[in-house]
Design a protein around this ligand. Sequence first.
Ligand code: NAG
Length: 336
Amino acid sequence: MGCSLFFLLSILYSVFITSPAIPITNVETLTFDEGYTQLFGDTNLMVLKDGQSVHLSLDERTGLCSGFVSQDLYLHGFFSASIKLPSDYTAGVVVAFYMSNGDMFEKTHDELDFEFLGNIRGKEWRIQTNVYGNGSTAIGREERYGLWFDPTEDFHRYSILWTDQHIVFYVDDTPIREMVRNKAMGGDYPSKPMSLYATIWDGSTWATAGGRYKINYKYAPYIAEFSNLVLHGCAVDPIERSPTCRDRESYTALSSPMTPDQRAAMGEFRRGYMTYSYCYDRVRYPVPPAECPVDHRGANRLRGGGSERFGAVRGQRHGKRRPHRRAPVGTGDVEM
Ligand SMILES: *[C@@H]1O[C@H](CO)[C@@H](O)[C@H](O)[C@H]1NC(C)=O
């Protein structure tokens, strides 16, 4: 079956999970049935270990993708999963762990992404993060990074913290990106309820070296494993749209600013592993978007990379509409 979209408007049940906030090693996890539902992929989604673990696989038979989605919509919170990525030859494979409301707000959707981009044998996976607000797909806010470990060897935790003040992406305990809400961003700051999604799909047209290396189904099935599923947020009734953050204390803790140690760790990661930032891409943005820092060292280090390919707009890539490219075609093999 294909990856047709369907929307979970029927879900009215909202739950707020009470558990310790950051540090993130102690958050309460959910079983699959408690928090999620299958989105597509037929038997390519497998729930294991009494619901503690989920396998998403990609093969030629289902062709496109498999995935799952949270039962609830959330306005702010902390969302996390431990993920182990498929190994060996994975060019063209994209594993995505993201929040979106593209099904509900077609023209004004918000989105927060972790995207894992497969690679040819012997080359490592890349991670991309991205933020869209209020349908601003004309302004991609992509960043790309390498990792300090092999993400196919073991589970690592990938987390998104989203408050009304800032957005932080984490890998294990290390914050890797922070976007602070900035007045000038206006509606580009995600501010409507979103669902959490996890998917695996064929991104052959762009994911590896700008599309030069495609999926090879000889190596299928490609299996991404998920565990330690965390949905720690303010669930929202999709009809009334009023969030229920019953645990005020927990929500306040979530919203607290980063500690100096966390900030230092983030700086170190970004200096060592970030390979692309939209903030320094003068081909796409002769004038960087409002939230970008004035950072000449970062600019000098990253400006050489040129523009890259960033894939199709979420919500369109699984749907009937034709794919749509939002970034200039890559100028070289910056991905490798
Ligand atoms: C979001 O976009 C819509 C449609 O373009 C616009 O009417 C609305 O004011 C925007 N919201 C914000 C918060 O900027």
